[in-house]
Design a protein around this ligand. Structure first.
Ligand SMILES: NC(=O)c1ccc[n+]([C@@H]2O[C@H](COP(=O)([O-])OP(=O)(O)OC[C@H]3O[C@@H](n4cnc5c(N)ncnc54)[C@H](O)[C@@H]3O)[C@@H](O)[C@H]2O)c1
Length: 243
């Protein structure tokens, strides 16, 4: 049987690119998102692409998702925790609820998904989990909520690598930098330009760049790589951008 993957937040942006990359590589993909489905222009005409509406902050949604996967495919080879949100502001202007919401989706939602995946993968003695963190975990002004959530994702990744390693389950993270998606297309043009100018490669990454790293970490050949972070950021993580 083909490999089976879940991609959270797969309806658009990076998650959609990951979904397409996995389908090309012969995976069955269950796309889960809070949206009603993929936007029409991006519909994937392939019977290996399934859509399951699931809010990763809701434990019951997640349990239903895993019940569906178990009943339909009886296995899960790969979980890609990609769903994430931003609500940027300097800390003195940040409403407490914007801190809670970002932590709830980016960190707790990822933890809830990992928990159900770990139960199923441990029972089958195989699995791969790839968590989408962000280069911003190193610190970005205006992102105290987001950077903290993505740093938490890396801590979570490292702990799960320790806990699940002996069950043939590898858990790794990908930390994208500036990537061209609906999330970054909402930035003011002058802000986007200055961010691009601060890149060592002087450009913006594409969702497919992230998808390629996920494909590598999610595959069976990476059985001796776990608890690691791969940056897909045009080199931005190499040094501080203060100058
Ligand atoms: N775009 C970038 O430059 C960039 C950089 C670093 C990290 N990232 C991370 O990559 C991931 C994808 O980002 P993107 O740019 O494609 O964003 P996006 O906003 O284009 O897509 C995110 C998807 O997640 C879904 N989602 C949001 N909340 C959800 C929830 N509670 N349950 C299920 N799905 C939910 C959204 O509906 C959307 O389809 C995020 O985790 C983001 O933090 C993005």
């Amino acid at each position: 049987m083909k490999n089976v993957a879940i991609v959270t937040g797969g309806a658009r942006g990076i998650g959609l690119a990951i979904t397409k990359r996995l389908i090309e590589s012969n995976y069955i993909v269950i796309v889960s998102d809070i949206l009603e489905g993929l936007v029409d222009t991006e519909k994937i005409e392939n019977s290996d692409c399934h859509y399951f509406k699931c809010d990763i902050t809701k434990k019951n949604d997640i349990i239903q998702l895993f019940n569906f996967v178990k009943a339909t495919f009886d296995k899960i080879d790969l979980l890609v925790n990609n769903a994430g949100i931003i609500k940027d502001n300097m800390i003195w202007n940040m409403p407490e609820e914007d801190f809670d919401k970002v932590i709830d989706v980016n960190l707790k939602g990822t933890w809830l998904m990992c928990k159900q995946a770990a139960i199923m993968m441990k029972a089958q003695n195989f699995g791969r989990i790839v968590n989408i963190s962000s280069r911003a975990w190193l610190g970005n002004k205006g992102q105290s909520n987001y950077s903290a959530s993505k740093a938490g994702v890396i801590g979570l990744t490292r702990v799960l690598a320790l806990e699940l390693g002996k069950y043939n389950i590898c858990v790794n993270a990908v930390a994208p930098g500036l990537i061209n998606t609906p999330l970054t297309q909402n930035l003011k043009p002058d802000v986007l330009e200055s961010l691009i100018n601060a890149q060592p490669t002087n450009n913006i990454g594409q969702p497919e760049d992230v998808a390629n790293a996920v494909m590598f970490l999610g595959s069976e050949i990476t059985k001796f790589i776990t608890g690691q972070v791969i940056y897909v950021d045009g080199g931005k993580s190499i040094s501080s951008n203060m100058f």
